[in-house]
Design a protein around this ligand. Sequence first.
Ligand code: SF4
Ligand code: SF4
Length: 315
Amino acid sequence: MTTPALAAIRAEALRLGFVACGAATLEPSARGDALDAWLRAGYAGTMGYLPRQARKRKAPETITPGAHSAVVVLENYTPPPNERPQPGDAYKIAGYARGTDYHLVLHGRLHKLAEWMLAAGATVANVWVDDGPVPERELAERAGLGWIGKNTMLIHPRIGSYTLIGTIFTDLALSPDLPPVGDHCGTCTRCLEACPTDAFVTERVLDATRCLSYFTIEHRGEPPAEFHAAWDGWAFGCDVCNDVCPWNVKFAEATVEPEYGMRPHPDRRNPAYFEQLTEAEFAEHFAETPLARPGLDRMRRNTRLAVASRHTERP
Ligand code: SF4
Ligand code: SF4
């Protein structure tokens, strides 16, 4: 059987609903030393899986035995204007978390593409979302799908950065067919200046232990008091360093994938929504959403801090 060319894989990926597709080689990461320095500085906080994954993350060829390249796809989750935070909302939820958990959605679509690749001649087609040791932003950059901006996000020059990255490690010997995009941040520093908690140590270096996404999703217990006034109304995640990016302002177009559409729960107008919910109701409404990760207790904590911060002067 002949093996599929990248152009045929891309055509199938776009047919399945991905907005971009490329191929990356699996040579060692160019950012290995930077990752080690970042971990040594303690910027990963309590995310113990990051140091555990570091060895493979620095050597992508070791992630999937038998793989020689990776197919990299982008999924667009851009919220339409009416699904962004609205005046009168008591708290805010990050755009990627307003619908079904993207791990479920992306895994489903990636597996369809992997099955297609296997049927077309691949013998290895291993699917990864962002729950493994894959340096997906660097692989996407290698695949010509964008550059890693000063806000650490992958930015596609015609799509922006409200995207999710999926990879399929394969034994097919695919070579990138798109030219490198290059760094288009230029002199812009909007994301660094807009961050409510000053979480960027410098451009492309994020101290996760100061980031609202880390606090609202990963951090257990009460966040340090110095951050409470800067909470900026976020009850889950934070979109600020994406929202201010001119590449999103100019180019991001609302997703057409219904799975990412806003669900009726939670009621963002009700500041006591999570306080009033039982565990059974929380499970019923949020089991398949990103909010299941922090769980009800932490969503209560987050919402309390979010609501309070909207009535507090920032320092
Ligand atoms: S997600 Fe929010 S808190 Fe975290 S770095 Fe970006 S702007 Fe700062
Ligand atoms: S806001 Fe400006 S500096 Fe930050 S990622 Fe976007 S283009 Fe780059």
